[in-house]
Write a protein that binds this ligand. Structure first.
Ligand code: PAF
Length: 283
């Protein structure tokens, strides 16, 4: 496994692989890797012949400097884990390396409602920052395939749209959310939970399953179901930002007859803002 910090080294390695006909798969991360990330890397191995993983804590997607400062950084453990997963190349740049080019891709993209709703409403500028760094990583790496987790479902939908808007020939591969045995989705933010909060945390997923079951059972009173779910989370000890039942492709409010839905939720528990979702195919 090779580790590079500059775009020049990254490009040189990738272009030499490409001349040999290798298929490049990119797994973008912000490090502090857990089993959810490793599932992305394992999936990447099935999508191409060279796995490139980026570790870059993207300043642009943090709206509060204290969040950026507190974000867990574990480069040594990350590199060991990636080595075990047979990663071929790790790109670990500094901020100025990624942002040397001053033109913001984001400014030339249509700022759609996708960015401003759900998590975007509560974290202004977050998805703009994600789209900026992901388009830069795509540009620098020029992968055939890029792998993203379904856990960050809104991010996944935005990145698929970005690929279309920029006309990129990159296949986006989603990977199902990885969970602890009690249902809690793996997340770097779980480390912020104290033992009592950790015991409550699986109720977020349980609530999504409950809403999903009601939809499968034929219920369609979506806004009532959303507010009831948020109330139940509140009673359990969460401070919910939202519970939303949406069309899984567009993230617009789910129509009565929608057949592919996403039930999404974000809720604070102590110092951790947890997000989760459930995808539902009905009919
Ligand atoms: O999902 C993440 O870890 C980040 O948002 C990403 C896609 C690596 C961009 O910084």
């Amino acid at each position: 496994m090779r580790t590079v910090a500059t775009v020049a080294d990254l490009r040189q390695q990738i272009s030499s692989w490409k001349t040999r006909g290798e298929r490049i798969v990119l797994v973008p991360t912000m490090g502090n890797l857990h089993d959810g990330h490793l599932a992305l890397v394992r999936h990447a191995a099935r999508c191409g012949s060279k796995i490139v993983c980026s570790i870059f804590v993207n300043r642009l997607q943090f709206d509060r400097p204290e969040d950026l400062a507190a974000y867990p950084r574990t480069p040594h453990e990350d590199l060991e884990a990636l080595q075990r997963e047979n990663t071929d190349l790790v790109f670990m740049p500094e901020h100025d390396e990624v942002y040397a080019e001053r033109h913001r891709v984001q400014e030339s993209l249509p700022a759609g409602p996708l960015y401003q709703q759900l998590c975007g409403e509560f974290r202004p500028g977050f998805f703009e920052g994600v789209a900026e760094v992901v388009s830069r990583l795509f540009h620098m790496t020029d992968p055939d395939v890029a792998v993203f987790g379904e856990k960050d479902y809104q991010q996944l939908v935005i990145i698929k749209q970005l690929v279309k808007d920029l006309g990129l020939a990159i296949r986006i591969e989603p990977v199902a959310t990885q969970r602890e045995s009690d249902g809690l989705a793996f997340s770097s933010r779980n480390a912020y939970l104290n033992p009592q909060e950790r015991a409550i945390a699986p109720q977020l997923h349980a609530e999504l399953v409950r809403v999903g079951d009601r939809i499968k059972g034929g219920q369609r009173t979506f806004s009532l179901m959303e507010s009831q779910a948020a109330e139940r989370l509140q009673r359990a000890g969460f401070r919910p930002d939202y519970v939303a039942i949406r069309d899984a492709e567009t993230l617009e409010s789910a129509a009565y007859e929608a057949s592919h839905m996403a039930i999404l939720a974000a809720a604070w528990l102590g110092k951790a803002r947890l997000i989760d979702n459930m995808l539902l195919q009905t009919g």
